[in-house]
Design a protein around this ligand. Structure first.
Ligand code: ADP
Ligand code: CA
Length: 497
């Protein structure tokens, strides 16, 4: 009996000190794991916002972008959360009534006030960038363009956002930021992957931007833009052709057909049966064509459609100048262009037009595309209107011309071949964000793409929590094992013997 009592007294599990140590050990480990998990638990995501207004020649669009409030520097994280199409025409069309340019933006701005959380309003940067429409107005009448900017600026400052100014983008910026946008959205920059070229077709200008291995910027330096993004160097070729957006090219084509000031023209780029009376002074009211206005013209001319793709292509070719090139190679109008390289994303009016014509699939051979255009252009206007009752007539009348221009620009202008045509993808959006210059513009102005690759944490959150938990468990087991000599079974051994 006395031996048994002695054993019981010697059993360490029964001493208050051991019990206290064990309890403290368990509490400490539980606390450690809890702190590790809580500390690293992803907090409910907060977002930052940015707003960019794209004041194009034909219309203005507002884009809202959002990104997690932390980790601004991570690629692929900024996303478009909302867009709003401003009613009416582009701001450059308000040259004679500038206040209306400001007023036109109100509805979309009010929508932005609803979409961006109130708490974030004051720290949300707001930018307006104007493109070729304002470039042309500025060339034609710089005072009028200033007044439009004043009115637009005054209207935008009435909203609670952090207004960062309104300005005209250079053609180079427009091309380069479009390229940044598509490559950013496609996650090509951070990973240092081969980049995608960008083709942007507007109403008043068109841009081509791509990286070519045999272009280092020494030939025609004005076409070169260099970037260092995420630790990678890029030497981008970019060019913007002012007056080669599809609306201004239509003017150029009509100017070509009205050189002698006729009262009627038979236009192969419009459907048979299409007939409209047009005003000479309206047609020639643009710096792209104003110097070609016939000296003696009637007030109006009758614009009749003929619907002939091949002849339309001849008219369109006449707006390009292929005769002079002082460089090793040119696209058109004496503009240097290196060898085309890599895949291309074609957006804005490229997409609208090719999508309407059911021609976005570039695995369709170029010859077939031309056959389809031939038959589309030859379709009588009455039938076209009947087939598309919901499409705006002004757009509908021009798809034959625009489709012909796109194919001619790509093949004759930029030298895409039957083979390289299939490298083009007609796109509207990438991962939910519109392709266009606006996102690249904002990323640049908010310094959201670092020059050097950001330091990545050695362990992701889940890895960190797992390792801490495993370590804690190991410590606990080690602690228990270290008490082994004092385990009851060990101390009972003498009894067995
Ligand atoms: N649904 C559509 N169908 C055809 N063309 C369209 C459609 N939506 C927009 N567009 C055209 O896209 C072009 C957009 O150009 P825009 O960005 O306004 O000009 P720029 O970039 O030259 O300043 C315009 O020619 C406009 O008419
Ligand atoms: Ca545009």
């Amino acid at each position: 009996m006395s031996a048994q009592r002695e054993m019981k007294e010697k059993n360490p599990w029964h001493t208050p000190v051991t019990i206290i140590i064990t309890v403290i050990g368990v509490i400490a480990i539980v606390a450690l794991v809890t702190v590790a998990v809580l500390q690293n638990r992803p907090v409910p995501q907060k977002y930052k916002y940015g707003i960019v207004l794209d004041a194009g020649s034909s219309h203005t669009a507002l884009y809202i972008y959002a990104w997690p409030a932390e980790k601004d520097n991570n690629t692929g994280r900024v996303q478009q959360t909302h867009s709003c199409k401003v009613k009416g025409k582009g701001i450059s069309s308000y040259a004679s009534e500038p206040l209306k340019a400001g007023e036109s933006l109100k509805l979309c701005m009010q929508e932005a006030e609803q979409k961006v959380p109130r708490k974030r309003h004051h720290q949300t940067p707001l930018y307006l960038g104007a493109t070729a429409g304002m470039r042309l107005l500025n060339m034609e009448n710089s005072k009028a363009s200033e007044k439009v900017f004043q009115a637009v600026g005054a209207a935008l400052q009435k909203f609670p956002f952090s207004y960062q100014g309104a300005r005209i983008l250079s053609g180079q910026e427009e091309g380069a930021f479009g390229w940044v946008t598509v490559n950013y959205l496609d996650d090509r920059l951070k990973q240092g992957l081969e980049t995608i070229g960008a083709l942007d077709l507007g109403g008043a200008s068109t841009q081509i931007s791509f990286v070519s291995d045999n272009y280092d910027g020494s030939e025609s330096p004005s076409n070169s833009v260099t970037f260092r993004l995420y630790g990678n160097d890029y030497n981008l070729y970019t060019h913007s052709f002012l007056c080669y957006g599809k609306d201004q090219v239509l003017r150029l084509a009509l100017a070509h057909q009205t050189q002698s000031g006729p009262t009627t023209i038979l236009d192969p780029c419009f459907h048979p049966g299409y007939t409209e009376t047009k005003n000479y002074s309206v047609l020639y009211d643009s710096p792209c064509v104003s110097d070609r206005k016939p000296l003696e013209d009637p007030v109006t001319f009758i614009h009749n459609g003929q619907g002939n793709f091949q002849q339309c292509q001849e008219v369109v070719k006449s707006v390009f100048n292929f005769t002079t090139c002082k460089y090793s190679q040119c696209s058109f109008n004496g503009v240097f262009q290196p060898h085309l390289q890599g895949p291309f994303g074609a957006f804005s009016a490229y997409y609208f037009v090719m999508n309407f014509l059911n021609l976005t699939d570039t695995s369709i051979p170029l010859e077939t595309v031309k056959e389809k255009l031939t038959s589309y252009c030859a379709t009588p206007w009455k039938e076209i209107v009947k087939q598309h009752p919901n499409v705006k007539l002004s757009y509908l009348a021009e798809y034959c011309f625009s489709g012909t221009y796109i194919i001619t620009l790509l093949t004759e202008g930029y030298n895409f071949t039957s083979k390289s045509y299939s490298d083009i993808k007609f796109i509207k959006k990438i991962k939910g964000s519109d392709a266009g210059w606006t996102l690249g513009y904002m990323l640049n102005l908010t310094n959201m793409i670092p020059a050097e690759a950001p330091d990545t944490p050695p362990l992701p959150h889940a890895g960190y929590v797992s390792i801490v938990t495993v370590m804690a468990l190991l410590l606990f087991i080690l602690f228990i094992v270290s008490l082994r000599p004092l385990w009851p079974s060990c101390s009972k051994q003498p009894q067995i013997v």
